[in-house]
Design a protein around this ligand. Structure first.
Ligand code: RUG
Length: 811
């Protein structure tokens, strides 16, 4: 688009929507005008995509996910439309700055972390690969909480993102569907046809809002459909006139609370009825809309699996299985067998965790009360499934009951997901292997062909192209810009690692990015960090298995080493953390507090502060990650082996030229394969060694007794950590969690003490390599060059080849 045309489009929006000229408009008005212009352009492409899908009778993927962690849209859409330059120029002429407008937009943070961000990356890649897709989720009014640190402790504030975010939503009120909760099921025979009637139910309307999903350089614009809960009942005027104001709106409020807020729990599902309602609400709305559209087009359901594949992102949308059965049997009169055939050929399940506490289980009584018909269907699926297992495991009731979907008064969503789908995939090679060998081994024995792996990937044009313009232009200067369409071309950057002038330029790029982050830290934390120090970053959700504690213990050790020997020669370090803890996760919150106490101690110590600093970035989110990743030298991926399903932050850091210090866990294994062991810092027990140690009886106390550093650090943690000469805070519970087994539970279940010595060794190796800047930069460039395999484009191609078999709209 030419400058002139864009200018007149923007002026038109300002005039018609706000009654102002460009020179009168506020920044906020110009932001909204830009969003409207972009949305119009996308809408045209979206209509063309829909037409093409209809003409080609295309097969599409319906990606059901409770979470889509989208971040900001304006910059991404303008970039994908290749309109960054023209926007910049026109806005400049209007006396505005594109970057400043981008900053007005709040992150759309409809997700907790990796799982939600993955869904957003995949939507982007699907459009870029011109593959037809619709994402389905909930239009949460409040996304993940805003984290505020008060006196070193996390507090949570609501995140209302819609003020700046609603301009990306297209309301589709005519496509509203009805969702039914509670009540009773009445069965009656109509000849030989069983009639199911749902009586006394509570009705909630699901209203769709569509977001248009662009992809880089692609004409395909896909849809992300977000459902909002609305009560069909207006206020009770009788109660209102009686003065019962709260009661008058009670019914309305209890329906609308369903889409009020994203659950901020990450791998800590609780048996809450609101969560069940959220899951069923969005699953039922989505599948009703999918089936309705399919019936309008084809008038039959037997060909549904040829036109639609329903990918469920973790077990959260697993109720799609009984819900599909319900709609096909009760509303369309299909037999059980016909409905089951269609369901199990349409649904595919991605597992994202091996942690048993994160595999969802619902109290059966709760499902029965809230979703009586769904409960009946789940019970019948379970009966038939257990029958079918008999032939594989005759007389083996233990095995069958461990695989059952309903047992011990619980509904096991993972077992339901496996039984009701045609594909089960893990998200890294190691994780998928663990699923087959351990977590779902018995299911694997029954249906080995169902199981597959698709290693995660990232929307690299956002994480490299947009977030790191200086590095992108250095790569472009060396190898051209083909890598922005085909990430595999990044490998042609590898030979430049040997080129001294490229290494020098790489160093300058890193320095610029570190300066940008340093300015952010100065502004938000008031801490002055040295951009010549190693920027060592751990940014991810706070969870014990991710072992932020291991990192902070090593930092305390370094602190003591400088105190013991102030002339110690080492490259200086800036340790940077970004992490939200689930509000109810006590130990995670304690660890955040410990990080702050250590920061207070280190940053105020006159002897140490010139050698090291500790920084905690408040409210870590997508837009902070975009500043953080490009500036990192060291990427901390230090989970206990066998627990992190994949990780995706590890990929983003690598692509921006950080060297990984990590265990052989999740996708770190594949990072190691791609870049080579010599270009990262591996340490720690491997997954099978972890299992073995835990099985044979892990005694963390023996490490405490034999390693004087561990004893000294834990002693300090117990006694109290804080600013020299100031108040210190004791962290007895943290130390105890590593040493004492309470109520029969394993002390230090994530083997922090077992891996401590090895981790410290790897950190000294980081110092050694960093001391030779040339050697470091060579390795960093090789990391960038070998990161192409972690593009979401590759993951999407694999999903398509192994599972989806979609129609390519590009051909
Ligand atoms: O913890 C996993 C990450 O390892 C993974 O990279 C990400 C995307 O696959 O999903 C995360 N995850 C898992 N988030 N929530 C869950 C709970 O099942």
């Amino acid at each position: 688009m030419k400058k002139k045309e864009l200018k007149s489009l923007l002026e038109g929006k300002l005039q018609r929507h706000y009654g102002v000229t460009a020179s009168e408009a506020t920044k906020n008005q110009v932001y909204h005008a830009c969003a409207m212009v972009v949305r119009d352009i996308l809408m045209e492409k979206w209509s063309a995509t829909q037409e093409e899908m209809e003409a080609k009778k295309a097969k599409q993927v319906c990606y059901l996910s409770m979470e889509f962690l989208l971040g900001k849209s304006l910059k991404n859409n303008i970039y994908n439309l290749s309109m960054t330059d023209v926007f910049q120029q026109v806005l400049q002429e209007m006396g505005m700055d594109l970057k400043a407008l981008e900053d007005i937009e709040e992150d759309a943070a409809l997700g907790n972390g990796g799982l939600g961000r993955l869904a957003a990356c995949y939507m982007d890649a699907l459009s870029a690969q011109h593959l037809p897709a619709t994402g389905y989720s909930i239009l949460y009014e409040y996304g993940i909480f805003k984290q505020r640190i008060v006196e070193g402790q996390q507090t949570e504030l609501p995140d209302s993102w819609l003020d700046s975010g609603s301009c990306w939503l297209v309301a589709k009120p005519d496509e509203t569907v009805e969702i039914r909760f509670d009540g009773e099921i009445e069965e009656s025979w109509d000849g030989d046809h069983l009639r199911i009637q749902h009586r006394n139910y509570t009705r909630v309307n699901a209203e769709p809002y569509d977001m248009l999903i662009s992809g880089y350089g692609s004409e395909t614009v896909n849809t992300l459909r977000l459902w909002q809960a609305k009560s069909p009942y207006s206020m009770d005027m009788h109660l209102f006139s009686e003065g019962e104001y709260l009661k008058a709106i009670e019914q309305q409020a209890s329906a609308e609370v369903i889409s009020k807020i994203l659950y901020p729990e990450d791998k800590h599902p609780e048996g809450k009825s609101l969560r069940i309602k959220q899951q069923y609400f969005f699953v039922s709305a989505s599948i009703q809309s999918i089936i309705k559209k399919h019936m309008e087009t084809y008038g039959r359901l037997d060909n549904l699996p040829d036109r639609v594949v329903i990918q469920i992102n973790d077990t959260h949308p697993a109720m799609v299985i009984p819900e599909m059965m319900r709609i096909m049997m009760d509303d369309h009169g299909l037999t059980w067998d016909a409905a089951w055939e269609i369901t199990t050929h349409s649904v595919a399940y991605t597992n994202h965790t091996v942690m048993s506490e994160a595999l969802e289980r619902w109290p059966e009584a709760l499902i029965k009360r809230i979703l009586p018909r769904i409960h009946q269907i789940i019970v019948e699926i379970n009966r038939r499934f257990c029958d079918s297992l008999w032939k594989y495991f005759p007389n083996n009731w233990d095995k069958i009951s461990s695989m059952a979907i309903v047992a011990y008064d619980e509904v096991r969503m993972a077992n339901l997901s496996i039984a009701g789908s045609f594909s089960v995939n893990g998200v890294s090679a190691l994780h998928s292997q663990i699923l087959k060998d351990k977590v779902f081994h018995d299911f694997y024995v029954v249906s080995p062909d169902k199981f597959t792996n698709v290693t995660n990937g990232i929307a690299y044009r956002r994480w490299l192209g947009q977030a790191n313009e200086p590095l992108t232009s250095l790569i472009r200067d060396c190898i051209g810009d083909g890598f922005l369409r085909n990430a595999e071309e990044l490998c042609t950057f590898a030979p430049f690692a040997k080129d001294a002038s490229v290494r020098q330029k790489f160093l300058e790029v890193k320095k610029r990015n570190k300066e940008r982050l340093a300015a952010y830290i100065q502004e938000h934390n008031g801490i002055d960090v040295d951009t010549n120090s190693i920027f060592d970053v751990q940014a991810k959700r706070l969870h014990e298995y991710k072992r932020q504690l291991l990192n902070i213990m090593q930092i305390i050790k370094m602190y003591f080493e400088y105190k013991d020997n102030p002339s110690l020669q080492r490259p200086s370090r800036t340790f940077i953390f970004g992490a939200k803890a689930a509000p109810g996760y006590y130990m995670a919150k304690q660890i955040i507090r410990l990080i702050h106490a250590v920061a207070d101690m280190v940053n105020h110590d006159p002897v140490v502060q010139n050698h090291m600093k500790v920084v905690f970035l408040e409210d870590y989110k997508v837009s902070i990650a975009e500043i953080l990743m490009p500036a990192a030298d060291v990427s901390e991926q230090i989970s206990v082996a066998g627990r992190e399903a994949s990780g995706t932050g590890n990929m983003k850091f690598m692509m921006n030229g950080a060297l990984t210090i990590g265990t052989l866990d999740g996708a770190n294994v594949e990072i190691c394969e791609a870049v080579g062991e010599a270009n990262m810092f591996l340490f720690g027990l491997k997954a099978d060694e972890v299992e073995q140690l835990l099985k044979q009886g892990y005694q963390p106390m023996s490490y405490y007794q034999s390693n004087p550093w561990i004893a000294r650090i834990l002693g300090a943690i117990m006694q109290g950590i804080g600013r020299p000469g100031g108040r210190s805070v004791p962290f007895v519970d943290i130390a105890n969690s590593l040493l004492i087994s309470a109520n029969g539970s394993q002390a230090d279940p994530y083997l922090v003490l077992a891996d401590f010595e090895e981790y410290c060794r790897a950190q000294r190796e980081v110092d050694r390599v960093y001391s030779n800047q040339d050697a470091w930069n060579e390795k960093a460039i090789l990391n960038v060059a070998h990161s192409g395999v972690f593009a979401a484009d590759r993951s999407i191609q694999e999903y398509n080849e192994k599972i989806w078999n979609l129609t390519d709209l590009g051909r």
